[in-house]
Write a protein that binds this ligand. Sequence first.
Ligand code: 13P
Length: 259
Amino acid sequence: MRTPVVIGNWKMHGTVAEARVLAGAIRDAIRRPRGVQVVVCPPFTALAAVAEVLAGSPIQLGAQTCHHEPAGAHTGEISAPMLADLGCRWVLVGHSERRKEIGESDEVINLKLRAAMAHGLTPVLCVGETAEERRQGFTFTTVEGQLRAGLAGVTAAQMEKVVLAYEPVWAIGTGVNATPTQAGEVHGYLRGLLSELASKEAAQSVRILYGGSVKPENVDTLVAEPEIDGALVGGASLNAPGFVAIVRKAARAGTAPKE
Ligand code: 13P
């Protein structure tokens, strides 16, 4: 059985003081998570402070992106070994906001994912179609292209350590989540591709998270879907009680057998 993961992506929110308060509240509410792994991804500026707050807690630290080179003349960038040094265990790669706003290509995303793995971080490869791509019937083609390019050059053994996040762009920050059936279809498709790229066994062990307007009110039905192994949460992760409720509900789904 795959242990579900719930990741809070705080995006570009909060001062260091606010990040400490939020992380502290989550830490105090989730002392012994059972049947779920919990990760928070604060902005870079708050990583060190949140690492301190979470020291000794089972809640793990992640970053929202990384550069693909370990060091060098890359003004404003942060590398995977720098993140590992701060205590990060996870890093998001290929988030649609970065694909769109920064123009991150599949090729660069692939380099980032490989850099993350080379430095012991678990990469969370984000894929997802826009509303227009869905309307035109390109959902599967889009995510397939992102997955194949994102995992290029990654060995079958390494693939088992990657976490995928299906985040339809039209569901991010809109309040309109994909239905469990819509997400389940795409997750199943991605898992089929992983079987082909790695092996059936490897594909069965990879966690595929859903992201896009996940809230305490909809997380139960989403994670009850057999193909959904947790959630990547944006807006709702900025509110400690809401995030904690999401984690608890995902944990119940993690300990309950899915059909
Ligand atoms: P929201 O939960 O705010 O829709 O954001 C999802 C997301 O982009 C997480 O990475």
